[in-house]
Design a protein around this ligand. Structure first.
Ligand code: GLU
Length: 429
């Protein structure tokens, strides 16, 4: 979903607020100051370890040559190989990839898995490209990054507009160059190519686990819980399905082209089927169409922003009427909006915790690939639950102890863990 699609009349003065790297920095600075980290150490923690830009020539279907620009940023390798997805989008910027890479560092540290943080992006519009063109872009991008990625170095995964097929192409290209099959170079692969059971639903399932914990804090039963989901893709769609299965009422679903509302609850699988048949969630017989710019502000217990960055900002945060926000997307809330949500006493489950289920099962996938021994889905899901529940408890207890809101608590837990690793390793000179 493009920014313009989410924000009516985007004000150019808000550009700074919407710069994800500045947003990441604001949260970082706040947590680092609260932790009392000295300036030099803050610089070390904040700066990306490596940023690579590649310009990749690709032949299009009509025979023309086009050059695409791609990035891979390794923000940190202090606690293990860099880890994080690759996104394909026309509006990808280095600042965005940099911010997303740093969020991966903090995310992996919050759930305490042995990875640093990385992210990649290719500037392209997948809706205008054929499957063959996408394959050629992916393979050439991978070939350009042969010395950057690797199971012990940097392990990509899917993100916006990339999927299992993209990961299969990366795995194959990397393996061809290495002259042996290296499944652990990427995660989020198809099941029969070294993928893990439960990976496709993992981010949504993680959202479910932390939401259940938050509901307990509010004394709410799942059956009396009203949910609004913004973004009905891999994260929001799966979260909605699993929350519905857990007995919660999905009262509204918001997408880039419209929203649907039914106070009695929507069946996400039936809605998905409707979208497959008609190309849109709107016009669904079991719910009313609604203004997509208003649906996010319906009174509800849990709002799940699961699409893109910057959907909750200084101009609309005051309108939110949810008790809990479970951030399925990366960076859906701007730093300026944090304060407004805090004043409204909204219980925010921050992105680096709420959506960490995906990378957690990616970790399981990487472990399974390296063992060559695969787990059943029950094992994956129960280990995921254990990690998500423990991480939620750690963050919330830390926030209560230090009297800070959940986002600061999550950053503080994460920064502290990464700082500890760097201190133990020492600064190599
Ligand atoms: N792209 C996902 C994220 O932002 C998953 C990353 C991964 O599995 O490495 O968390």
């Amino acid at each position: 979903m493009s920014l313009e699609a989410t924000l009516p009349g985007l004000d150019p003065a808000m550009e700074k607020e919407f710069n994800p790297w500045l947003a990441a920095e604001a949260r970082f600075n706040e947590a680092a100051t609260l932790l009392g980290l000295d300036d030099g150490f803050q610089k070390v923690l904040k700066s990306p370890a490596m940023e690579v830009t590649v310009h990749i020539p690709v032949e299009l279907e009509d025979g023309r040559l086009e050059v695409f620009t791609g990035y891979r940023v390794q923000h940190s390798i202090a606690r293990g190989p860099a880890k994080g997805g690759i996104r394909f989008a026309p509006d990808v910027t280095l600042d965005e990839v940099r911010a997303l890479a740093s969020w991966m560092t903090w995310k992996c540290a919050v759930v305490n898995i042995p990875f640093g943080g990385g992210k990649g992006g290719v500037i392209c519009d997948p809706t205008l490209l054929s499957k063959n063109e996408l394959e050629r872009i992916t393979r050439r991008y991978t070939a350009a990054l042969m010395d950057v990625i690797g199971p012990e170095r940097d392990v990509p995964a899917p993100d916006m507009n990339t999927n299992e097929q993209t990961m299969a192409w990366i795995m194959d290209t990397y393996s061809m160059h290495k002259r042996s099959t290296v499944t652990a170079v990427v995660t989020g692969k198809p099941l029969n190519l070294g993928g893990s059971r439960g990976r496709v639903e993992a981010t949504g399932r993680g959202c479910l686990f932390v939401t259940l914990q938050a509901l307990k804090k509010f004394g709410l039963e799942p059956s009396e819980t009203k949910i609004v989901v913004q973004g009905f893709g891999n994260v929001g769609g799966k979260a909605a399905k699993l929350m519905h299965q857990a007995g919660m009422k999905i009262i509204a679903v918001v997408e880039w082209d419209g929203a649907v509302y039914n106070p009695k609850g929507i069946d996400p699988e039936a809605l998905q089927k409707h979208r497959q048949e008609t190309g849109s969630i709107t016009g669904y017989a079991e719910a009313e169409d609604m203004d997509r710019f208003e649906a996010m502000f319906l009174p509800c217990d849990v709002l799940v922003p699961a699409a893109k960055e910057n959907v909750i900002h200084s101009k609309n945060a005051a309108k939110i009427q949810a008790k809990i926000i479970c951030e399925g997307a990366n960076g859906p809330t701007t730093a300026e909006a944090d304060q407004i949500l805090d004043e409204k006493r909204i219980f925010v489950i921050p992105d680096i915790l709420a959506n960490a289920g995906g990378v957690t099962v990616s970790y399981f996938e990487w472990v399974q690939d390296r063992m060559g021994y695969f787990w059943n889905e029950e094992m994956v899901n129960s280990r995921l639950e254990e990690i998500m529940v423990n991480s939620f408890q750690d963050v919330v207890a830390y926030g209560e102890r230090h009297k800070v809101h959940n986002r600061s608590a999550a950053y503080m837990v994460a920064l502290d863990r990464v700082a500890f690793a760097i201190k133990l390793r020492g600064i190599y000179a």
